[in-house]
Design a protein around this ligand. Structure first.
Ligand code: HEM
Length: 543
């Protein structure tokens, strides 16, 4: 009898357990089925709404174009092919998750970029996986986003508060800084040449120089980073490298895994260096300003020091007299550092590269710069940068041919009508291809040629509106574009004045001067670096 009881209770408890498992299993299966059904219905709905756009062949009905976007030279050639075939736009989907419209014609790009900022949401698919490089700019544990990542009212307020930092009068102060940082870089080049190295990789050199300038402009901080190692600058460079590395490793997309990896630990360490640095600068500066009894206009800022970004942002107030908090200022200062250094460095490197490849344009620019400098005792470019019209045309043409930022992404809070009766439905991602628009043969004659005369203001044909969008356009365009253009002009002018440039040799390619392979990462770079030969000019005069 007791034996029977034991057996019965065993059976009953097993049955009980099985029942529990069955209920839990069925519940889970129902949740997964409901989630999948919702995903598929959403997918079908987007496919229907986007059917007015041409759809390039996909891998499968469910995976779509997943894995077809490549961050390589071939990836850029793929975009050329898309533009040739589809002329203005096409739709694209990445599994049933992301539905994109890719746009590469000014007429299609314009209504999207010009839409009011408040109905535009920046969309970074990478942000969903914490992969966006600018995502960690806020001090840890502080909710909120920097200008680049915020939307709606939060974005509007921040944009208003930050705009004064890029006012023309403020930018004038920075020109002297650009000159000094360029001088330092050129001294390094001369030293290398004296040691017998004339073949120089540009990105390594120019990134340090743009960081040097930005640190002086943003924080009045002389890092000396071009001559010796700076902890902060190394941290910024490391963060950018780690973001690219993380994107390429699918398992690292999961935070839980990533923070346990060696790379994740390095990322955290570098991030804490960046946050500690900006926190200290902002706190010290606020204390200094209140010590000096600064008025709202900032008129009592120590006369011997010119205002930097941090001063201006600290003193900036909205209509209600509210300024940004210390944490918000830290995040914005970090944004300027991240958004401003590699983009500008990319633009400078590719401009020098294009001039190195086109000797006659290089010579014409040099003549223009020499005329501007005539009678000046020092090699200093001043605020009269607009007096370099041909050099500016070359810079613009380089920004077209080798745009540092390849594309911007947006989502809209309402349906967006496009030419030809097509509509981008709410929630779809718009991928505005700057590269595609700049290389569209419907818009540009011989789009792959470097021809600065396209930007000649006397050119009767003129440029179509939104054909040239290296800084994007509309309310969410680049806030730092005047800053970047001023720096570009100073660096290009001084470089041409002091050096003759010719195409260099990538040592990895075994001595071939041909075959620069573009590398579209966070910004446009070159595989194995961008190498140029530099030959000093007028050495006696300069030393
Ligand atoms: C040649 C250099 C540069 C290029 C090509 C460039 C390009 C761009 C582009 C295409 C955008 C739009 C991004 C988007 O919509 O997703 C943008 C936004 C932005 N850029 Fe730049 N940029 C450059 C230099 C700078 C500099 C020097 C700074 C600051 C010092 C800066 C700060 C920003 C910020 C804060 C935004 C976000 C603006 C907003 O959302 O309201 N950029 N930039």
């Amino acid at each position: 009898m007791p034996l029977l009881q034991v057996v019965l209770s065993q059976v009953l408890s097993w049955r009980c357990l099985c029942q529990v498992l069955f209920v839990v299993g069925t519940g889970l299966a129902a949740v997964v089925a409901a989630w999948t059904a919702r995903l598929l219905v959403r997918h079908a709905w987007f496919m229907h709404r986007l059917s007015c756009f041409s759809k390039p062949p996909a891998n499968s009905w469910i995976l779509g174009h997943l894995g077809q976007m490549r961050s390589t030279e071939e990836g850029l050639l793929d975009v050329d092919e898309l533009v040739q075939t589809y002329k203005h736009s096409c739709s694209w989907f990445l599994g049933p998750f992301y539905h994109l419209v890719r746009l590469f014609h000014p007429d299609y790009v314009k209504p999207l970029l010009m839409a009011p900022g408040t109905m535009t949401a920046h969309h970074f698919p990478s942000a969903d996986f914490n992969l966006h490089p600018r995502l960690h700019l806020y001090p840890p544990n502080i909710p909120g986003h920097s200008l680049l990542l915020s939307n709606g009212e939060e974005w509007s307020r921040k944009r208003r508060l930050l705009t004064p930092a890029f006012h023309f009068d403020i930018l004038k102060n920075y020109v002297a800084i650009f000159n000094t940082s360029t001088d330092t870089m050129h001294e390094k080049w001369r030293r290398l040449v004296a040691e017998g190295t004339t073949n120089i990789e540009m990105f390594d050199q120019v990134i340090l120089m743009t960081l040097d300038s930005l640190l002086k402009c943003a924080f009045s901080y002389n890092s000396n980073c071009q001559q010796s190692t700076s902890e902060y600058v190394s941290a910024i460079v490391e963060l950018s490298d780690l973001i690219i590395d993380r994107r390429q490793r699918i398992l690292h997309h999961c935070d839980w895994i990533y923070w346990k990896t060696e790379q994740g630990k390095r990322f955290k360490k570098a991030l804490s260096i960046v946050h500690r640095f900006t926190r200290e600068v902002v706190q010290k500066r606020r204390a200094l300003i209140s010590q000096q009894g600064a008025t709202e206009t900032g008129s009592t800022i120590a006369p011997q020091r010119k205002k930097d970004f941090v001063d201006i942002i600290l003193l900036s107030k909205d209509e209600d007299g509210q300024g940004l908090t210390d944490e918000e200022i830290q995040a914005e200062a970090n944004t300027f550092m991240f958004a401003g250094h590699d983009t500008t460095a990319s633009a400078i490197c590719w401009t020098l590269y294009n001039l190195a490849r086109h000797d006659h344009y290089q010579e014409k620019c040099r003549q223009e710069v020499m005329e501007l400098m005539q009678g000046r005792d020092e090699h200093k470019v001043e605020e009269d940068l607009s007096s370099l019209p041909f050099t500016t045309m070359c810079i613009r043409e380089s920004l077209r041919l080798h745009a540092p930022v390849q594309a911007v992404t947006r989502r809209y809070t309402q349906d967006m009508a496009l030419p030809g009766g097509c509509t981008v439905p709410t929630g779809a991602i718009c991928l505005v291809s700057i590269y595609g628009t700049h290389h569209n043969p419907d818009v540009w004659t011989n789009p792959h040629d470097f021809d600065p005369l396209r930007f000649d203001p006397t050119n009767k044909e003129g440029l179509a509106s939104h054909a040239f969008i290296p800084f994007s356009s509309g309310p969410r365009n680049c806030i730092g574009q005047k800053f970047a253009l001023a720096e570009l002009r100073v660096v290009v002018a001084l470089t041409l004045l002091r050096f003759r440039l010719s195409p260099g040799v990538n040592p990895e390619l075994g001595g071939s001067v041909r075959g620069v392979r573009r590398l579209p990462q966070l910004v446009l770079r070159a595989e194995g670096g961008l190498w140029l030969q530099v030959e000093p000019l007028n050495q006696q005069e300069d030393t």
